[in-house]
Structures are given as C-alpha cells and as structure tokens.
Design a protein around this ligand. Structure first.
Ligand SMILES: Cc1ncc(COP(=O)(O)O)c(C=O)c1O
Length: 392
C-alpha cells in the first residue's frame, strides 16, 4: 500500500463538511452556482473590515531590516505584546507577551497545544457536538479523543464529563460559541467546570488542562456575553484565530495563550514554542502577524451575520424545522425531521441544498447549516427547504 494505513483510515472517516463542500462544487458545475444552496462549509462570506486593507498595505510597505526573515518561533514580540494586552482586557487577567504564541490559525494552535501536553494514550474529553477535526488533531499527537454526550440544549454535561475522567485524562476541550450548535456556555457553567477540573486533577494526581477553542468569540448575537476562562481555571489555554471574526481563513493566522497562573507555565510555553517550530510551521505568517497586531478588538460587521441568522431561522421556523436559536457563530443546528440525519441530508441534496449531517459532529439526529452565505441564497433556498419538509 502506498500510504500509511492510519491515514487511509482517516481519509475514510474524513470530515463530512469537506465531503459536502466537494459535492457542492460538483453540483454547482452541473446545475449552475445560482441553483445550488450551499450551506456546507464555514467559509466567511462577509468582507474583512476596511481597516484590514489599510493595515495590509502599510505592513507590506514597511521598511524594516530582514522584513521577510525568520523570527522568534513564538512570533514578533511587539505583536505578542499587543495581543496579550487585548486578552488581558477581555479575560480580566493580566498577561504579558510571554503568554502568547502566534500560530497558523486555530487549527495550528490546537496542534501545538496538544503536542505540548499529550503523552501516548492520553485522553482528551470533549462534549458533543464538536468540531470533527479535534479527533484528528488529538490523534496526531498520540492521544485519543473521547466525546461525551452534551446536556440539555447543548450545554456542558459536567456530571457526564466528570464520570469519564481517569488517570489517562490530559485535557478537556471546550468550544464556545460552539460549532455547530451556536451554544455559548454561561459564567456559572465555566465556573463549575473550573471547580470540577481542579477537584478531579487532585483526585487523579495530574493536571487536567482546559483548552478553550474560541474562533467564534466575537461572532455573538443579542448582546450575549462570552465569559472568559482564565479567571475560573488556572491550568488553561485559549486558542483562537482571525479566520472567522476578520474573515481571513486563508491567511492562517491566530494565537495560543497560556494562563500565566498555570502550574507549569514556563515549561508549557517553552514546549509550545518548540512544537510550533517542529510541527513545521516554524512561525505564523509574518506580514499577517503585523497586520492583526494593528487590528486588535476589530471584527467584521457582526450585524450582517445576525441578519442572516434571523432570515434563515425565521424562514425555517415557519416551515416547521425545530432548532435552538444560535447565540453565536454562523451555524444553525436543527433536529433532523424524522430523526435520521443522513436521510435528511440526502433529501436536502435532492433539493440542491447542502447541509452536513450531525454525525459529522458526533451528534446524529441533527444537521448543520452554515449561514455565512449571501442573503439571496437563504431567501431563494426557503421554497426548497419547504419541499424537503413535505418529503420527510
Ligand atoms: C471550532 C473550530 N475550531 C477551529 C477551527 C479551525 O480554524 P482555523 O481555520 O483558524 O484553523 C474551526 C474552523 O472551522 C472551527 O470551527
């Protein structure tokens, strides 16, 4: 066999999102893009803020020695300091530049964090539904992802989580606002999670890290607040990117921040800097680091996503689809009418609508729709959603 058996197996269980995205590309060629309603992938369609172009131009024109050269593996110190100052305000915990490592997107940051903390056979827990790439990322570094069913309304089920913790447990991943459910965990839940991890770490005699994956933190609706985590649990790290909130997924830029109060702070940072290098990233893209350094706290126009959420959710509710209104992200996660998510996605596909089955997020019985699409796609898709509903 030409390729590794493990990779062959991974390709077979590879992401439903990618499968549907590829099916969509093929359908668009066959039927014309305007006749296909592609809600498969979370590829932001809202433009970056105007300041992005300005910052990009000025950073491209910047005249500094060794402008395109290697840099410290953690990134430019001045950019790290700007990011640290922003995180300090957001989290209410003071961080210095040394807490921040610039990464190749959130995906890069997660791989760096996991490589830094996992020993072979270690377990990483995540509540369903979850971003499916976590399983591959954990496996990349010899760990095993263990999904734990969520509680009511996609909330964290802390009891279920606690019941899965044993001596092999190295980390818990949370993702709020959540892809695919749009759920935001409230302060009380984060506080209880922190207490649980503190207690369980003592019980099993090893540190359980909390890894908070937050690429949607700024994409929130109805004035809802996303609580910080650093205040509530010291052995914690945040990973994020500018892929979604600045619409820059192709530029591969984000960061990993380690809680300055973490027990093994210096070791974790030193390990993560090494991992950023030896995973082959070496460092995050240089010009993009400088650009995002200028854009701390900025985001795309979130009102545009809120309007899309309202358009889609009101349209689907009228037809009879059942879902929890997402408070963040650009995803809607309805129940599959009749319960079979594969069948629902199949019927939707017949109507030229592309969605992703919930089993692609560890949660069969639901399906995900990405509403980072033109308003016209949402409006024009509604008759097709109605026809599909009549067939379920
Ligand atoms: C929950 C979640 N985490 C991480 C990522 C990866 O983001 P990035 O493109 O910044 O690597 C995504 C991308 O869709 C995501 O939805």
């Amino acid at each position: 066999m030409a390729i590794a058996a493990r990779i062959k197996e991974s390709m077979e269980k590879s992401s439903w999102v990618r499968k549907m995205f590829e099916a969509g590309a093929e359908m668009k060629m066959r039927f014309g893009a305007e006749n296909v309603f592609d809600f498969s992938i979370g590829n932001p369609n809202v433009p970056p803020p105007a300041d992005f172009q300005k910052a990009l131009e000025s950073m491209t024109a910047l005249n500094v020695p060794n402008k395109h050269g290697y840099m410290p593996n953690a990134g430019y110190p001045d950019v790290r300091a700007k990011v640290a100052s922003f995180i300090s305000d957001e989290q209410g915990v003071t961080l210095g530049a040394e807490s921040v490592i610039m990464t190749c997107g959130a995906g890069g940051g997660l791989n760096v964090a996991l490589k830094t903390i996992l020993n072979p056979g270690d377990k990483v827990l995540v509540n369903t539904p979850y971003f499916v790439e976590y399983g591959f990322y954990v496996d990349n570094h010899g760990g095993v992802l263990e999904p734990v069913p969520c509680g009511e309304n996609f909330d964290l089920d802390l009891e279920a989580l606690a019941s899965r913790i044993d001596e092999k447990t190295a980390a818990v991943i949370i993702n709020s606002p959540n892809n695919p459910s749009g759920k935001i965990y409230d302060k009380a839940t984060i506080k209880s999670l922190g207490e649980l991890l503190e207690r369980e770490s003592k019980r099993i005699g090893r540190t359980i890290y909390l890894l908070s994956d937050e690429p949607y933190r700024k994409i929130v609706f109805d004035g809802v607040d996303v609580p910080g985590i650093f205040e509530y649990y010291r052995n914690s790290m945040i990973v994020t990117s500018y892929s979604k909130d600045l619409s820059l997924p192709g530029e591969r830029i984000g960061w990993l921040a380690v809680n300055p109060q973490a027990d093994d702070f210096a070791d974790i940072i030193a390990g993560a800097v090494l991992c950023n290098r030896i995973l082959g990233y070496v460092n995050a893209p240089g010009i993009m680091q400088r650009v995002v350094g200028e854009l701390q706290g900025r985001s795309v126009d979130i009102d545009l996503y809120e309007k899309k959420r309202d358009l889609l959710s009101e349209g689907l509710k009228d037809i009879g689809y059942d879902f929890l209104l997402p408070k963040g992200t650009f995803y809607l996660f309805p129940k599959a009418p009749g319960g079979d998510d594969l069948k629902v996605v199949e019927i939707l596909r017949d109507e030229k609508i592309l969605g992703v089955p919930g089993r692609g997020f560890g949660m069969p019985g639901y399906f995900r729709l990405s509403f980072c699409v033109d308003d016209s796609v949402i409006i024009n898709s509604l008759p097709a959603f109605r026809r599909a509903m009549d067939r379920f």
